[in-house]
Ligand binder design. Structure first.
Ligand SMILES: Nc1nc2c(ncn2[C@@H]2O[C@H](COP(=O)(O)OP(=O)(O)OP(=O)(O)O)[C@@H](O)[C@H]2O)c(=O)[nH]1
Ligand SMILES: [Mg+2]
Length: 262
């Protein structure tokens, strides 16, 4: 086993589609890949998971007991902790080089709660992992949305404590100038503030707060290089797979994500 590639991101960002595309791509490069679906609420998946949380927990049963859909999903993910060893055993059966992991769109599970990260850590054991955080392309059309998305990305990074690659998903839907002139500059000092300055949608206290948050994100050096991903553009999937593999193969250089950027 070389490691776990975890795909997180906002609801509908394209996580499941990317899990399928990454697994296909890495398999075609000759590695043995298993997919793990950790979204108990998934109805249809665009890939056939090797190991599936839905075999262990049922959101529908929890809802029958009186929980609402969101509470039932949280309870379902939390209760996966009781099945960590069985899931590990199932994964081992595939003797994979890589495990590509799909996560629920309810990002709260990984951004603010302990259950999601605990389950993931329990399954991973001592193996290395890398988190690919998907920022939906719809967040790129205004600066405040972008700051919110990067805050969510940093929250997940802090919670998971794994090296993280941030990528804008559904990149095929973006205008060429955004792809060429905005995304490649997101890690540049002062660029987020420049975008906020240009954005006249919001004014006043909200904007001042967004500027402070943008500065905090920049000071930590958290953003770094932001990649672009589209399942319709195989070369972007290859690049993302290569980046993840490179981080996982870091050996002694493999670093748990450090919020101080040191
Ligand atoms: N244009 C385009 N559409 C995409 C891409 N990736 C996913 N989609 C579409 O976006 C929608 C959501 O994709 P999913 O892969 O289910 O997204 P998800 O993040 O797993 O969604 P949840 O699990 O519900 O949070 C589907 O209609 C996909 O076909 C992409 O790269 N480009
Ligand atoms: Mg999904």
């Amino acid at each position: 086993m070389i490691g776990y590639i975890i795909v997180t991101g906002t609801a509908g960002a394209g996580k499941s589609s990317l899990v399928g595309a990454l697994a296909d791509r890495i398999t075609s490069l000759g590695a043995n890949v298993a997919t793990l679906n950790l979204d108990p609420a998934a109805e249809k998946l665009p890939y056939d998971p090797s190991v599936d949380a839905r075999d262990y927990v049922s959101v529908a049963e929890l809802m029958d007991k009186g929980l609402g859909p969101n509470g039932a999903l949280v309870a379902a993910v939390d209760s996966l902790i009781n099945h960590v060893l069985d899931i590990r055993e199932e994964i081992d059966y595939y003797s994979p080089d890589y495990v590509v992991v799909d996560t629920p769109g309810q990002l709260e599970l990984f951004a603010y709660r302990v259950g999601g990260p605990l389950v993931l850590r329990g399954i991973m054991g001592d193996y290395n992992g890398v988190n690919i955080f998907l920022i939906d392309s719809i967040f790129i059309d205004n600066a405040i949305s972008l700051v919110s998305a990067l805050l969510l990305a940093s929250s997940v990074a802090v919670r998971l404590g794994l090296p993280q690659v941030n990528a804008v998903s559904k990149a095929d839907m973006l205008l060429p100038e955004v792809r060429e002139e905005v995304i490649p500059r997101l890690g540049e000092p002062g660029f987020l503030e420049f975008l906020l300055e240009k954005d006249k949608t919001y004014e006043g206290a909200g904007k001042a707060l967004a500027e402070e948050l943008a500065r905090a994100i920049e000071t930590t050096g958290f953003i770094g290089e932001v990649l672009q991903a589209s399942v319709l553009e195989p070369e972007t999937v290859t690049l993302l797979a290569a980046k993840a593999q490179q981080i996982l193969a870091g050996g002694d250089d493999y670093k748990i994500y450090d919020i101080t950027g040191q």
